[in-house]
Design a protein around this ligand. Sequence first.
Ligand SMILES: O=C(O)CCC(=O)C(=O)O
Ligand SMILES: [Fe+2]
Length: 366
Amino acid sequence: MNTTMANQLSIPPFPTDLPLAPLTIISHEKLLSHDPTESSKLLSACKNQGFFHLDLRTTPQGASLLAQSSQLYNLAQVLFDLPLEIKQQYTLQKGVSLFGYKPAGTIKATDPTRRPDATEFFNIGKDDLFHPTSPDLLTKKYPPDIQANLPLLKSFTTNSHTLAMHLLTLLARELHLPSDTALTDLNTFPHPSGDHTRLTRTTHPHGDNDNDSIALPSHTDFGTLTLLFNRLGGLQIESTTTTTTTATPGHWEWVKPLPGHAIVNLGDAMKIFTSGYLKSAKHRVVPLPGADEVKNSRYSVVYFVRPANHVLMKAVDGFERDEGSVKAVAGKFEPKPTHKQVHDSEGGNVLTAGEWMVQRAVQLGN
Ligand SMILES: O=C(O)CCC(=O)C(=O)O
Ligand SMILES: [Fe+2]
């Protein structure tokens, strides 16, 4: 069986009566072949929804990402089956490290009724894989099943990052930024950053009755760009459009996983870099009605591209004049002053990406 078939076969059914988010499907193959229509579709999707489906079925890089995400999906099943007390030995420390294990039941702040979340993660840092700060770092931070899969994790990391840099190059061009590298320069692979692979498992203690727990409460991703490989539906995006009959602002619309596609979304950093021109959409994960798998578990494989730690979280050249219009990033989040004290054109605090990640992670509880 080839990898595309494997991926197609494993997508569980999705109910036909749920309102779907109006997401564009973008072809990786067309982007690679410099199709101008596809690049402008990419820009529109990033401007209007902040989310899109990326068809990876017909390019070698896409096929290899799909195959790797399937292998990581299998790894997730093994990892999360470890006893809780073993997983807890690798628990990440809020405000200290973004990487390691996050048990379920911790993210509560953004849910209106403060339901505990039903999702556990392993966050595996790009720099931990490529530049471990000490020889025993990996053994201390990650369980043996992760260490046994370093080649897979490294390859998925470089592949995901490369794909994201291609998307950022095309966006820089479409946005007429001063240079094609204006966005990729903020996300360079060798510099320390919050980039990581996340493996998730959601287990609802009460089946698909989501009154008592939520898979993942409403949030925006705080980095640059996220590549998401999920199979079972459950992801919802907050609608801000009033142009369709069903959608009104503040309503949740479903994202149906498509075989052979990644779901791509922009994070708050892109909103800040473009003074709100590009969108970082609010999303959450809830139980998919009627899905048998919800009674068991839902898994996803995610790659987060985040700006290099030294990058200032402010508008890029060409967007700085609109800086004042982007105050409402990340809900109630207010950057806390730091010892370096850089200010934007409005006199607000500017954090480095490293400081921003830590403060946002504390805000979200992960
Ligand atoms: O699992 C999913 O479908 C979404 C995960 C997500 O939004 C996240 O980890 O930030
Ligand atoms: Fe997210």
